[in-house]
Structure formats: C-alpha cells, structure tokens
Design a protein around this ligand. Structure first.
Ligand SMILES: [Zn+2]
Length: 175
C-alpha cells in the first residue's frame, strides 16, 4: 500500500472520531462489572445509565460509575471519574434501589412509585433538600446523614400506617 495514502486516511479518521468518550458501568454485588456502552455525549451516557438503574430492584447491584476516557491517552491519565454512586436500601421503601453519590450529596431511589430523593440546594449551598414525591413531602437538612434520617421517618410513618409506596398512591400491583 502507498504509505502516503495510508497516512492521509488515518489523519482524516482521527479528525472525525471523538477525542473523548463517556463510559457508564455498574458493578454487581459479586464484583462483576457490566459495561453499558461507550458514548460520544455525556447526556446519552447519563440517560443510558439512568434507564439501567431503573432495573436495580431486579438485580443485586452495589455501584455505578460514569467515566470519561480521553482517546489515545495511555493508562489513568486518560481517565476522569465523572460520577460514582453506591446502592443502598431505600430509607422509605426499604428496597435496595437507593443510589447515593457521596461527592455531590445527592441520592435518588429508582424503585417503582417511590423516587425518594436528596440533593444539595442550588439556592443555599451547604443545605440539603430532600423529598418524597408521592406525598409531596419536601424538607431541608444540614447534611446527608440528617437528610437520610428524615427520609427514614417517612418510611417509618408508612410502615406504621401499614402502607408501602406502591399502595399508598397508586394501584400498581406488587411484582
Ligand atoms: Zn425507595
């Protein structure tokens, strides 16, 4: 093959290929990693990851990661961790569907009909907002631990009333 032509072809290829890619993955309780694909936009990678986490009640998952890889860089230099989340039992619905990001003080239950959430306030930095949409419950806390305690109270109230997130607001049948 003509070396000049080959070089030309490679240059054109590198110019159109993305210089960085977004790679979501989850880790199972037994340590096995599941790659969810390689994406050229952060938005798509997040949407693929969120879609997958909706199935968390069907699987034993312990962790999710969203990593940026710079193309053509060797080893860890090319890698940036965008988000790591850990899966815990939800304080409200008690299912193992509560995803916590300890770096951003945010959390979200991906369980059906629950969606308990925690997020740092965008208006008052350092203050943590939390909520449980089915009861339109909204509250603020000083830190992540207190926020989880508040959601625990919601869970305890539901339990005391003999209700679960499913039958408290909708008629979605138990799986
Ligand atoms: Zn929940």
């Amino acid at each position: 093959m003509d070396e000049g032509l080959k070089g030309c072809h490679l240059t054109a290829h590198f110019m159109t290929a993305p210089s960085r890619v977004f790679v979501p993955s989850v880790t199972e309780e037994n340590g096995g990693a599941i790659g969810l694909g390689v994406f050229s936009s952060e938005e798509t990678a997040w949407s693929v990851l969120r879609q997958f986490l909706k199935k968390s009640h069907l699987m034993a998952l312990k962790r999710s990661d969203l990593v940026i890889w710079d193309v053509d860089k060797v080893g860890e230099e090319g890698m940036t961790v965008l988000s790591s989340m850990h899966c815990r039992d939800c304080p409200v619905c008690k299912r193992r569907t509560f995803w916590i990001d300890l770096d951003t003080f945010s959390a979200m239950c991906t369980g059906q009909a629950c969606e308990a959430w925690i997020e740092e306030s965008t208006i008052e930095p350092g203050i943590i907002d939390l909520g449980w949409p089915p009861m339109r419950f909204l509250k603020q806390a000083e830190n992540l631990e207190d926020a989880i305690l508040e959601l625990n109270k919601v869970g305890a109230q539901l339990e005391a009333a003999g209700r679960t997130p499913e039958n408290s607001i909708t008629s979605i049948p138990e799986e």
